[in-house]
Structure formats: C-alpha cells, structure tokens
Design a protein around this ligand. Structure first.
Ligand code: HEC
Length: 257
C-alpha cells in the first residue's frame, strides 16, 4: 500500500507542476464537423489566403485536401495555389524561418498539427483574442497568448478590437459577453469590436474562424473520417462473426460433451 501511495504521489508531480503555471483564460468550445464539406472548403480558402504567407503546412499536400474535400483539382490550381507550385506538392512557404524569426521575434510555426498540439478550442479562442495594443510592435496583443509575435491578420474582417478588462478580469470572463444581472440584457464583453471597423458582423467573423479551425483540425488528422468509417465496419463485422464463431465452436465440441 505504501509503495502504491508513493507511486501515485510521484505520478501526480507533473500535473501539480503544470497547474502552478498560473490561471489561464477560459477557452471557447467548438464542435468540429468533419462531414461539413462546405465549411472545410471555406476554411481551406481562408487558410491558404491568410495564413500560408507566413506559416507552412508542410505535412499536407494540396492534392490531398482537394481529394478529401471534393474540390475539383483545376479549381484548387486556379484559386488556391500561388506561385509556380504544383497540386501534388506540400503546402510549404518560401520564407526562411531564420528570416521570419528576425521579422517577428519568433518564427511562425508549421501549422499542420497545430490543433493536435494546442487543441481546436485553443486555436479558435486564440484567433478571436487579438486586441489593439500600441505598445506592441504590430500594434496588437493577444489575450490568450500574451505578447504574441503574430500580427492580427484578419483585422480587416473582424475590425479593431479594444480590450476593456485587466488580465485578471480576462481570466475570469474570457471572451464571453457580460449579462446584466438586473435586466438580463447582454453587455459587451472584455474584447469589443469598434463599430464599423471590420467588414464582417461578429457572428459572421466567428463563422469564418470556425470554418478555418475546422479545416485545420481536418489537416491535422486527414484520415480520421476514414478511421471512423473502417472502425464502424470492423465492429459490425465482429458482431456478425461472433455468431459464426459461436456456431463453429458448438459444432467442434458437440461430440466431446
Ligand atoms: C505575418 C505573418 C503571419 C501570418 C500571415 C499568420 N501568422 Fe500565425 N503566427 C505568426 C508568428 C510570427 C507566430 C509566432 C508568435 C510567437 O511565438 O510569438 C504565429 C503564431 C501562430 C499560432 C500559435 C502557434 C503556437 O502554438 O505557438 C497560431 C495558432 C497561428 N499563428 C495561426 C495562424 C493562422 C490560423 C493564420 C491565418 C489566419 C496565421 N497564423 C497567419 C505570424 C503569422
């Protein structure tokens, strides 16, 4: 028993150490939908147009996305591949990471597996957490990733965001808007978009980010849908095979009993 308790205590050390990392802003939750092809296609367009300038996605090929998401190859070649790349190539970029480290402080990491590294909820919340901060080199900061080196590349869609809260308040409330306890009316949250500065309404912007993260999650596990389909078929097979195996067993043992 003593040994067991000791092992348990040792096993718990890392989680205690992690928990001591300080309170973090609560994440917004999204339900991914691998079957929503339209969403994934829009997400791919947003990704290629806005992210692939700095981030690579080197473990994904254009062709794989095109096939999996049912986008005709010629459309991908025409609209989603820039420069002289071919559809069979990986989604790499020309910027060297040593150069980008000089430009941004930190190099933009490869994003193929990002949603597996941080989780889709984290990426979704991160992309919605940029706000205006003149003290930073790009004039923006991020509520979830403090002093981030990435500019707010989707600001033209979202608009300029003002942060009205302290760090502690952000940790308590996250991105949720406040509900007035007396009237039940919803008040603006910590991060509010300055009216008329973006080309999209907040709900439309959320949808763009949702589609983008949905695509990034597909990219991180392109075979997930196949695995689920094959897994289901294997279980159905095993279910029926059980009866066959059982009948066979009865047949084999019938003379012995
Ligand atoms: C102008 C260049 C640039 C563009 C365009 C850009 N990013 Fe970034 N991004 C960066 C840099 C630089 C970092 C590293 C920031 C740091 O570590 O401080 C980063 C970091 C990130 C991170 C956090 C990575 C991590 O886990 O530490 C995510 C997620 C991300 N970017 C997603 C995106 C998405 C999605 C897009 C497209 C909408 C995008 N980025 C477009 C420069 C860019």
């Amino acid at each position: 028993m003593k040994k067991f308790l000791l092992t348990l205590a040792v096993a718990l050390i890392p989680s205690v150490a992690l928990a001591a990392g300080g309170a973090k802003m609560p994440l917004e939750h999204i339900e991914l939908d691998r079957t929503n092809e339209a969403s994934l296609q829009r997400g791919m367009a947003t990704f290629v147009n806005n992210c692939l300038g700095c981030h690579s996605a080197q473990y994904q090929r254009y062709e794989r996305s095109a096939t999996d998401l049912n986008i005709p190859a010629n459309l991908v070649e025409e609209h989603l591949i820039f420069g002289d790349k071919k559809i069979g190539e990986q989604m790499t970029i020309a910027m060297k990471s040593s150069d980008s480290a000089t430009f941004f402080g930190n190099p933009p990491p490869d994003l193929t597996l990002e949603t597996r590294l941080r989780g889709p909820d984290w990426v979704y919340t991160y992309l919605k957490s940029f706000y205006k901060d003149e003290s930073r080199p790009w004039g923006v900061n991020n509520a979830l990733f403090k002093d981030v080196g990435m500019p707010n590349v989707l600001e033209h869609l979202q608009g300029t965001v003002t942060n009205r809260c302290s760090d502690e308040e952000l940790v308590q409330r996250g991105l949720k808007s406040d509900i007035d306890p007396l009237t039940g009316v919803s008040l603006p949250g910590c991060l509010t978009v300055d009216n008329g500065t973006g080309s999209l309404e907040p709900a439309e912007f959320d949808k763009v980010i949702y589609d983008l993260v949905n695509y990034m999650a597909y990219m991180a596990e392109p075979s997930k849908a196949d695995s689920h389909r094959i897994g289901t078929n294997v279980l159905i097979f095993l279910f029926f095979f059980f009866f066959i195996a059982f009948a066979l067993k009865k047949e084999y043992w019938k003379d012995i009993h």
